[in-house]
Design a binder for this molecule. Sequence first.
Ligand code: ATP
Length: 307
Amino acid sequence: MASPAIEDQSVRVRVAGKINLTLRSGPRRADGYHSLATVFQAVSLFDEIEAAPAEPGEFTVTMHGDQADQVPTGADNLAIRAARLLAKEVDHEDAGVNLVIRKSIPVTGGMAGGSADAAGALLACSVLWDLDITPDELRVFGAQLGADVPFCLAGGTALGTDRGDRLVPVLSRGSYHWVLAFSDRGLSTPAVFGKFDELGCGAGTLEPPEDLLNALVSGDPVALGKALANDLSEAALALRPDLGRVIETGLELGAIGSIISGSGPTVAFLAPNESAAVDLSVALSGSGACHGVRRVTGPVPGARLLG
Ligand code: ATP
């Protein structure tokens, strides 16, 4: 148990998960990555990361939450990797940190849960260690940890290109009401991209769809619902055909659009307004088609300090 003095010095950060409103992917490149054009939206499902002082060289993490047992707590934990990377990049030889993570973002759910924790650890440690560092520098370090980390730092709505880590903000009016359908098990991102390659997907354009960008500018949920598109869907559905039934059920129950988030298996359903989202989440929950349901809104900000 930490002493009150140590607890007082701890830093708390909240980081949102993301959904991909559109994801276009080219074929596998020589470096093993796929060139992407994706529009991310940060949604109100948050992991909380607390960073407390530790002895020099001591880096620990404790995980809380339903799926905590599915996340490594050693050097492989993305938050630990982030803390160590930051210490190395700024030559902080005495650095150490005890991290506590309260997870709500599903593990291997296609919502960038690990990247969110890495982003949260970067921000929390930069404050804990009183570093003189800019948001842009944090984003550059984040990109070394994972393609989604820069977006988890930034939040909002953004277009990601290259590996998804080159970001430009996307103009988006209003707030959208989503119902997330969670799966009882995760889907590995490399496995989905492997299937994508095997099926020969990805020959299409890497431009973000005009209709999607126009829908966001005008704040029109119906147009957005029609424009949602994910090149990884076919591969995700080939690996997890049961997701087809989840999508059908949500649409039958009144969703105005649906999309598998990233590499899945989380499915995001769009509702036209808040009360329709409440109705949809109750009906979807009662249908038994998915393991869990959560109502969220987006866009929300990225990694933020909690008071
Ligand atoms: P993405 O949407 O970015 O493709 P994901 O949300 O599908 O990713 P994650 O939850 O980020 O998947 O998990 C990816 C892998 O990272 C898992 O094997 C998980 O065990 C590992 N991992 C390491 N550290 C963490 C962490 N702090 N939180 C979640 N997963 C972590």
